[in-house]
Design a protein around this ligand. Structure first.
Ligand code: PXG
Length: 465
């Protein structure tokens, strides 16, 4: 049994945090005034904070703790590897056993033809790798001008300058000189918010054809690749209409465009298959991986390349890599994590048991007065908050105002359920049980009731005109 962590009182920890620790994607002054919640321990799907509250983690950390918290096997794998070989690189014609074994395991799990892994320390790094990979590929093919990468508005591909440029987050592009040249963003397949009067099927085709329009506008000879998450995660769990991906696949095939599937969230079981590409029926040339690869126990990411791309890259020196590419401890932990996911049939559990339970629970929330649609694939799902379901209306407030209120009510009810704008999202550890999903449902409904009350009190229960 774990011992109780001995630490300073919460207020002192918060003061030290405010004094010295800068948080990602946070207004520091606001957080300092409020004090960050200090998480001290975790087990299974539950977190414990410094005040002893038990919180149900409906987000698996940041979409990553697929195997759940507290697995001793992963601790042991790290210990063994640190004792044997804590670090060595793979740059100058050396390699090591964990990198070899992990690359082989990933190639085994990945769809046919995706057999070659370039390791990174995170999803951001892996997508930076991908920018250089696809441009190098086309240069080696004698088409150096084929360098434009098409992405989507509201996509998330990371936070480095390269991956943040691939992403389509307006708030990120507004700071620090992004996007870098030759990255384009087309619209996302978000029918609820942007589909207007089109049916979902019509809208799916229409937004897919924006890719074709971009290719025709710039010329096939200029467009290198299209990158997308099979299901957008950080953008709000946007599940594309069924017509979307087949049309995108057709367009990539027709115009000889490399397809990069960013599987950082969708990979390793999240959608009920090993990869979201399988759930969505697409054939990528490159997949970005991170997060669930190690269930977040160690920082590791990578790019999986199809044979056709890898053989072109292999013929030249690819001048790229990170000190921690294929880090032995991270690789050993990831390998053990994949062994557990595999041997414990966790992906089947998502597809057959937990995914359907999450879908039923989230759909049941749509009878709540402020909940519009629920969209769920495997163990990622979201509900849209709205003042008027039939017209899919937005609130007459700054987008995200209502989502934030609801998120605060969830947190107060010991449930981590995030908001993206006015959508509430869930992505729990994959080992979650149907009973625990019902527990999420009870806490979420209570939070929604409290949100409705708060909206009435603050005169916010109105549709934007
Ligand atoms: N691709 C996708 C699809 C992601 O979701 C990254 C790349 C970048 O990975 P790293 O390991 O560099 O963070 C991500 C990360 C959120 C949130 O608010 C989502 C992510 C990261 C931080 C916050 O939902 N996704």
């Amino acid at each position: 049994m774990p011992t109780i962590t001995n630490h300073l009182p919460t207020s002192e920890l918060q003061a030290l945090d405010a004094a010295h620790h800068m948080h990602p994607f946070t207004t520091g002054d606001e957080l300092s005034a409020k004090g960050a919640r200090v998480i001290t321990r975790a087990k299974g799907v539950y977190l414990t904070d410094s005040e002893g509250n038990e919180i149900l983690d409906g987000m698996a950390g940041l979409w990553c703790v697929n195997i759940g918290y507290g697995r001793q096997e992963l601790v042991d794998a790290a210990t063994r590897q640190m004792q044997e070989l804590p670090y060595y690189n793979t740059f100058f014609q050396t390699t090591h056993v964990p990198a070899i074994a992990l690359a082989q395991k990933i190639a085994d799990l990945a769809p046919e033809g995706l057999n070659h892994v370039f390791f990174a320390g995170s999803g951001s790094e892996a997508n930076d790798t991908n920018i250089r990979l696809v441009r190098t590929y086309w240069a080696e093919m004698g088409k150096p001008e084929k360098s434009i990468i098409v992405s989507r508005k509201n996509a998330y591909h990371g936070s480095s300058v390269g991956s943040g440029s691939l992403g389509g987050m307006a708030g990120m592009h507004a700071q620090g000189g992004m996007p870098i040249p030759d990255i384009l963003h087309i619209n996302q397949p978000n029918w609820w918010s942007e589909g207007a009067d089109l049916s979902p099927a019509e809208f799916g085709i229409a937004v897919a054809r924006e890719l074709e329009d971009a290719i025709l506008h710039h010329g096939e000879s200029r467009v290198a690749a299209f990158i997308a998450e099979p299901v957008q995660g950080a953008g709000g769990v946007i599940v594309p209409p069924e017509t979307y991906w087949p049309e995108v696949q057709r367009i990539c095939d027709t115009y000889d465009i490399l397809l990069i599937a960013d599987e950082v969230i969708c990979g390793f079981g999240r959608t009920g298959n090993w990869f979201g590409s399988q759930t969505m029926g697409i054939r990528p040339h490159i997949m970005t991986i991170a997060k669930g690869l190690s269930s977040g126990y160690q920082p590791i990411g990578g790019s999986i390349l199809h044979d056709d791309v890898a053989k072109v890259i292999a013929a030249t020196e690819f001048n790229h890599g990170y000190t921690y590419s294929g880090h032995p401890v991270a690789a050993a932990v990831a390998l053990e994590n994949l062994r557990l996911l595999d041997e414990e049939s966790v992906v089947d559990h998502v597809r057959k048991t937990a995914g359907p339970a999450l879908k039923a629970m989230m759909q049941s929330l749509t009878d709540h007065p402020i909940v519009g649609e629920a969209t769920v694939v495997g163990l990622m799902g979201s509900i849209a908050l709205t003042p008027h379901k039939e017209s899919r209306a937005k609130f007459a407030a700054e987008p995200g105002t209502v989502g934030y209120i609801c998120r605060e009510r969830c947190f107060a009810n010991n449930l981590v359920m995030r908001h993206v704008g006015d959508r509430m999202i869930l992505s729990p550890p994959l080992i979650i049980t149907p009973d625990q999903i019902e527990e999420i449902g009870r806490r979420a409904r209570k939070a929604l009731d409290e949100t409705s009350e708060a909206l009435k009190d603050q005169d916010l229960l109105m549709a934007a005109s």
